[in-house]
Ligand binder design. Structure first.
Ligand code: 5GP
Ligand code: MG
Ligand code: MG
Length: 178
């Protein structure tokens, strides 16, 4: 275990097993839908997206977006698009893949943007969900794991751009960010 990790919450194997379950469920639920696009939110969703997509038995395209949220006065939240999608999403059924759903600001805003651009549907798939932190009216249709209000790293999740490569999700020691 990395020296900055206090506790491992989900191991590589647990995440893989959960991805198999989610992949089977999504494949079943979307069997009759076409024009599917997986939208990965950079950078944190990549390891989860890569694992999950192995178990998706559907014809699907991939596209990526990078956004960052900042403080503002708008009640809808302010999200800056740093890298936009490459493809046209009009009429497409999107599965928005995220590492973690926290206050909901990012996904609430991004979902609204994608619908505004003409997506037929937007479904949220998140590896982790911190339900008690929610401030925006948004929920994920598919959730890997529920977690309490702790700061986690690994499997895509960073602190100061580090730890994304850890093969597990763990709690960061407080002394690292205090
Ligand atoms: P939201 O917009 O839902 O408040 O925040 C979502 C983003 O905040 C995530 O995509 C992630 O980048 C960051 N975030 C929220 N909680 C955590 C956490 O526990 N660990 C890490 N590394 N990032 C987090
Ligand atoms: Mg993120
Ligand atoms: Mg981050």
């Amino acid at each position: 275990m990395h020296k900055d990790v206090k506790e491992i919450l989900f191991t590589d194997n647990q995440i893989i097993e959960r991805c198999k379950e989610l992949g089977a469920q999504i494949s079943k639920d979307y069997k009759s839908k076409d024009k599917l696009v997986f939208i990965g939110l950079l950078k944190g969703s990549i390891p989860f997206l890569a694992e999950l997509s192995k178990y998706i038995d559907l014809e699907v395209e991939f596209d990526y977006m990078d956004v960052s949220s900042y403080e503002g006065t708008e009640s809808t939240g302010n999200v800056l698009v740093k890298k936009d999608l490459e493809g046209d999403i009009k009429g497409k059924n999107l599965l928005l893949i995220e590492d973690i759903l926290d206050t909901g600001k990012t996904l609430y805003t991004v979902k609204a943007m994608l619908l505004e651009k003409g997506a037929a549907s937007v479904t949220i798939v998140t590896m982790l969900n911190k339900q008690e932190r929610r401030e925006y009216p948004i929920n994920a249709e598919y959730i890997g794991f529920e977690i309490p209000n702790v700061f986690v790293i690994g499997y895509g999740l960073d602190y100061d751009e580090k730890y994304r490569n850890l093969p597990y999700v763990g709690i960061l020691k407080e002394e690292v960010y205090m």
